[in-house]
Design a binder for this molecule. Structure first.
Ligand SMILES: [Zn+2]
Length: 304
């Protein structure tokens, strides 16, 4: 009888240790979505980071915008669970998602779509002073860079990958030509939570690099919407629902319509860039990317 009482007490104590803290104790940037699923929401459209707790350790989705964010995420994880961070999944290889790898690895194994490591190396070569300049931006940033080294993904997958950790399943989907050289959507089918990467951004214009095009973005948005997620956590911007995809579809449909009309009238790209206005989206950020959006629409309506 006494033994039973003590084992019950022990079970309660274990539960108390394992029970997650209310999200409000984790600072204003951490939002709780479901039991064990949190998002560190970047300030001012800085990148988001998913924190997913399983019975066998933590899986991070991205590593924070800057090393100061990565340190804050590491501190939050320690408050949530004593379990280690086992895996870190990159939704894209750009430095505002991957500079913080060194904060988590080891022990974390880093997983990304094929081409991610190559992309990280190429960017570093093109802008070798980026991290030095960033570290000099404040004493906090300098401290957060302590021990920095570039850590490339340990595992790169093609097309699809399934990762099983504890009771959870993570489905990784490679999305081509939507933002970088190696974009991944991360889908938790049982929890119906989707990390949608930077394929579709929220309340801002997307960047169109030469490999990025509107038809592939729309195809990726359609694929992700068909998963029927309850929560959608974009690479940047406030997490929401599939409305994120609907808003983006509506924007591109309108842009293609307006650019297409002028292109059919034989107007040049230069003329179209000067003429086409999208006053409906005046509130969106990153307006300097707007001419690039028109160029992408011009390519799309010509089937290029
Ligand atoms: Zn990016």
């Amino acid at each position: 009888m006494k033994l039973k009482f003590f084992s019950a007490l022990f079970a309660v104590a274990l539960w108390l240790i394992a029970a997650p803290l209310p999200a409000q104790d984790l600072g204003p940037q951490i939002k709780k979505f479901k039991d064990g699923i949190y998002v560190y929401v970047g300030k001012n459209l800085n990148s988001n980071c998913g924190i997913v707790v399983t019975q066998e350790g933590v899986v991070l989705i991205d590593s924070g915008h800057n090393p100061t964010d990565s340190r804050a995420i590491a501190d939050a994880v320690k408050k949530i669970t004593p379990l280690p961070i086992r895996f870190l999944i990159d939704t894209e290889p750009h430095p505002d998602h991957t500079t913080g790898h060194f904060v988590f690895s080891p022990p974390a194994t880093i997983i990304a779509a094929k081409g991610a490591g190559e992309s990280m190396l190429a960017r570093d070569k093109a802008d070798p002073d980026r991290n030095r300049k960033l570290a000099e931006s404040s004493p906090e940033m300098r401290a957060a860079f302590e021990g920095y080294r570039m850590v490339l993904p340990h595992v790169e997958y093609r097309d699809r990958m399934t990762l099983n950790v504890g009771e959870r399943t993570f489905e990784l989907y490679y999305m081509k030509n939507v933002h970088s050289e190696a974009d991944s959507a991360v889908w938790l089918p049982k929890e119906r939570v989707l990390f949608s990467a930077s394929a579709v951004v929220v309340e801002q214009f997307n960047v169109f690099r030469p490999n990025v095009n509107i038809p592939d973005i729309l195809a990726a948005a359609k694929m992700m919407k068909a998963l029927n997620p309850e929560s959608v956590i974009p690479g940047h911007g406030i997490p929401g629902t599939t409305k994120i995809f609907d808003d983006s579809e509506r924007y591109y449909a309108l842009l293609l319509e307006r650019v297409g009309k002028l292109a059919r009238e034989g107007k040049s790209l230069d003329e179209i860039q000067k003429t086409v206005k999208m006053p409906e989206y005046d509130g969106w950020a990153t307006k300097e990317r707007y001419p690039g959006n028109i160029e992408a629409a011009y390519r799309a309506v010509q089937g290029k």
